[in-house]
Ligand binder design. Structure first.
Ligand code: ADP
Ligand code: MG
Length: 403
């Protein structure tokens, strides 16, 4: 019986005509041949990097804008074209693109730079300064224009400070032949506040700001991608407009728009429908939001989770949580977990963090002559909440059974 059912799932899958033509083009790392509404940024990028083709040093470049405004796509697009041109003209231009969020450490970033010029670095074991030294020694012999693009560089600086950036922007002082230029890309608009003024002034020799897309612009981006991704007529314009409007409301985020298109398509496909409709987009929106919250919650440190659980328990018992009552419950739970409770002060700063992530709502209430307190509410659906807590080994004994 089970076998037959399984068989029929496979059969259905094989025989079904997919509404997708090419699912790959909806992946995050796909870069289309054209990037609508980013011509100006592409040309400016190109102008800044062009001197490398004549063996000159390009200005360092600092790029910033909110997520989904096309920074990564434009950078990779221009670097790819530049590499192509340099090969065509037989010019020595070496390009190294790294994403600092995925690559993570200074050591690994410097290793990637070494690897781009043929220097092998062991996975671990050297001091970071030694890796940098090996890079300098080798690059100096090569007589190349070296361009390193540090995407999501704000993450690197938040975790490890700006020492490596400082070293990279100074490196040319010690090189006689080669030139090194740095492109820093940040999703955080306030990134500069974290930097030493000397790093700012050398990194921002040039700057490009990416503005959020309007609904119209997102629509053009989606049109281009939907044509490549879906069978003709299976993704109507009305559905597309709906996706564009939702994403535009969300700070003009093209990634969100493309996610909506992809997930809505998958939902329609799974339901065996031939056309992607608004209701599929709405369902996609809910799923994406759920996944996002789930991810944020799952990666919280233990104490934040305990706090959240305390707030949840209070709200379950119809007690509005205040900072005081929350702390009491938190302390009791910590005892049950056999972990040492943090001070009220530390807990308050964790609360502020949770509020900033949108997981909690914290509202300051005036109690007249009793002073002021914060009223706290959990902003996460019970279903998501239970799922997270039931997947965390350490919290399992609380007996929250999620699905
Ligand atoms: P950012 O790096 O600014 O967060 P990305 O470059 O990753 O944004 O863009 C998010 C998604 O939207 C990517 O899948 C990218 O291909 C797509 N995208 C962004 N801008 C455009 C554009 N102008 N044309 C086509 N696709 C775009
Ligand atoms: Mg990016």
């Amino acid at each position: 019986m089970a076998m037959n059912k399984l068989e029929s799932i496979f059969e259905k899958f094989i025989n079904k005509s997919s509404i997708f033509l090419n699912h790959e083009v909806l992946r995050h790392d796909f870069i289309p041949d054209e990037l609508p509404h980013r011509e100006e940024e592409i040309l400016k990028f190109g102008e800044i990097l062009a001197p490398s083709l004549r063996g000159l040093k390009c200005s360092n470049l600092f790029v910033y804008g909110k997520t989904g405004t096309g920074k990564t796509a434009v950078a990779r697009y221009v670097l790819r074209q530049l590499q192509k041109k340099s090969l065509e003209l037989n010019r020595k231009v070496t390009i190294c693109y790294v994403n600092c969020r995925t690559i993570g450490t200074e050591y690994r970033i410097l290793s990637s730079m070494c690897s781009a010029i043929g220097v092998k670095i062991p996975f671990t074991g050297l001091a970071t300064a030694e890796v940098l030294k090996r890079f300098k020694t080798r690059i100096n012999d090569l007589n190349v224009s070296f361009i390193v693009a540090l995407d999501e560089v704000d993450v690197l600086v938040k975790n490890h400070g700006d020492d490596m950036l400082y070293a990279l922007t100074r490196i040319n002082e010690e090189l006689s032949q080669s030139k090194v230029s740095v492109i820093g890309i940040s999703n955080d608009l306030y990134f500069k506040d974290m930097l030493d003024p000397r790093v700012i002034s050398s990194l921002s020799e040039e700057e490009i700001v990416f503005k959020p897309y309007t609904a119209e612009q997102i629509k053009d981006i989606l049109l281009q991608r939907v044509r490549l991704a879906f069978q003709p007529n299976s993704f109507p314009e009305s559905t597309l407009n709906f996706c564009a409007a939702l994403a535009a409301a969300e700070h003009g985020d093209a990634r969100r728009a493309l996610d909506l298109v992809r997930v809505a398509g998958e939902i329609a496909e799974r339901k065996g429908e031939k056309i992607v409709r608004e209701e599929h987009v709405q369902e996609a929106q809910r799923k994406i939001e759920h996944d996002r919250v789930f991810e944020v919650l799952s990666s919280l440190p233990l104490h934040s989770k305990i706090l959240l659980y305390s707030a949840y328990m209070l709200s379950k018992n119809n007690n509005e949580a205040t900072t005081g009552s929350l702390y009491d419950v938190y302390r009791v739970l910590c005892e049950r977990f056999n972990v040492e409770a943090l001070t009220q002060r530390r807990v308050n700063s964790l609360l502020t963090e949770l509020a900033m992530l949108g997981i909690l709502d914290a509202r300051i209430v005036n109690l007249g002559r009793y002073g002021r307190t914060k009223k706290i509410r959990v902003n996460v659906s019970e279903e998501t909440f239970k799922k997270v807590f039931s997947t965390d080994e350490r919290l399992k004994f609380l007996g929250l059974s999620g699905k």
